[in-house]
Design a protein around this ligand. Structure first.
Ligand SMILES: Cc1ncc(COP(=O)(O)O)c(C=O)c1O
Length: 400
């Protein structure tokens, strides 16, 4: 007798990551020999720093190639806590830290440890794709909070408060934001922290882009007095140290939460790769200048992308304050066979071979996301093509 091919119900609650889908389609076209410009991937185009690579070679040479503790080696946990302290002035200890297989894994495990069916999770829009699916997978309900493009997609505490109910279990904060590049005002984040304490919900702060800020001081919500019992942090080395393929992330959270995640990891992934853990220690403890070098380059690219997008008739763009994404409003192009960002992206890829991610993936219909973690040369070529594509649509030139 054949096994039934009906997949578990929880799998039907999630869909494949749209950013990964775009990457796969751009890849397919490239393999056909087509000259695609790819603005889809949220991945630094810089190599992993040499000192980090050397640490991995050393780990192999020294046979550091066996299982480690499921939650990572103590030395790496300490390095994560020390770096966090140095960057933001926080005070975490290794028992409040766990090493994960990338930042996504930290987010997934934090949700699995904390969220239950019937819970509500508040998610500001536009949001990073994965949050919604991970909440759905946990059987909880997403409660979306719209932000306003005209206000630079800023999140204010009052907006969050309007959506908090007795079932609110968690509020997700991602600042700098993927996809909008918005950096939320510190005063508002502090008010949200106070709200969490007053109303008894968790804040999950995703610090993926914390080191990529174009102005102002680095800030972690963990410095808000008395917040640590209501706060969980998801972090990653992927973007900060151009280490996307190494798969090292972490969670900082109260000990009970970390213990829960440790149990989960002990039965699922076991330890993150031993070699990558050694590389991560070097990334966190070694020279930090590569981060500044990348940030300076991203700033140049941001200025270029914003200036070029503003030259395209009918396109609106808020200047990103952090991360490496631009999120222009391309709704002027909604005419003659294009009714939304998804169709815009499909046509742009099919006709001009430029890959962008449609706003639908992030909860809005009038925007597309361009990653500028790619070379100036590619940015020039892609933006030329996008300009041509949009300017050819009468609906855009009329509004210009
Ligand atoms: C907002 C945000 N959080 C977390 C991640 C996770 O990164 P990784 O799993 O590669 O460490 C990403 C990656 O794109 C991201 O954009």
């Amino acid at each position: 007798m054949h096994a039934t091919l009906d997949l578990a119900e929880r799998i039907s609650r999630i869909s494949e990551s749209s950013t990964m889908k775009v990457a796969a389609e751009a890849d397919r076209l490239r393999r056909e020999g087509i000259d695609v410009v790819d603005f889809g991937a949220g991945e630094p185009d810089f190599p992993t720093p040499d000192n980090v690579k050397r640490a991995a070679f050393d780990a192999i040479t020294q046979n550091f190639t066996k299982y480690t503790a499921a939650g990572g080696v103590p030395e790496l946990k300490q390095a994560i806590c020390d770096r966090h302290k140095e960057d933001y002035g926080t005070a975490y200890s290794p028992k409040e830290c766990i090493v994960t297989v990338g930042g996504k894994h930290a987010i997934f495990n934090l949700m699995q440890a904390l969220i239950e069916p019937g819970d509500e999770v508040v998610i500001p829009v536009p949001y990073w794709v994965t949050y919604k699916d991970v909440v759905n997978y946990a059987g909880a309900a997403c409660v979306f909070v719209d932000t306003d493009e005209a206000e630079g997609f800023q999140l204010r505490a009052a907006m969050v408060e309007r959506h908090v109910t007795s079932r609110t279990k968690m509020v997700i904060i991602n600042s700098p934001s993927n996809p909008s590049g918005a950096v939320f005002a510190r005063a508002e984040l502090e008010k949200i922290a106070q709200l969490a304490k007053d109303r008894g919900f968790w804040i999950l702060t995703d610090e993926c882009y914390h080191r990529f800020l174009y102005s102002g001081e680095p800030y972690s919500m963990a410095t808000y007095p008395g917040i640590k019992d209501n706060l969980v942090i998801a972090g990653t080395l992927s973007k900060t140290y151009a280490m996307t393929g190494w798969r090292i992330g972490f969670a900082l959270a109260p000990t009970q939460v970390i213990d829960g995640i440790n149990k989960l990891q002990s039965h699922s992934t076991s330890n993150p790769t031993s070699i990558a853990q050694k590389a991560a220690i070097e990334a966190l403890r070694g020279p930090q200048d590569s981060v500044g070098t990348m940030l300076a380059e991203y700033r140049k690219r941001r200025d270029f992308v914003v200036a070029r997008l503003r030259q395209i008739p009918g396109v609106r763009i808020n200047e990103p304050q952090g991360a490496f994404y631009a999120y222009p409003n391309i709704s002027c192009a909604f005419s003659g066979g294009i009714a939304n960002a998804l169709q815009f992206s499909e046509k742009l890829l099919a006709e001009e071979y430029v890959a962008v991610v449609p706003g639908e993936a992030f909860g809005t219909r009038e925007h597309v996301r361009l990653s500028y973690a790619t070379s100036m040369h590619e940015l020039e070529r892609g933006l030329d093509r996008m300009h041509k594509f949009i300017a050819a649509r009468q609906s855009c030139s009329r509004g210009a």
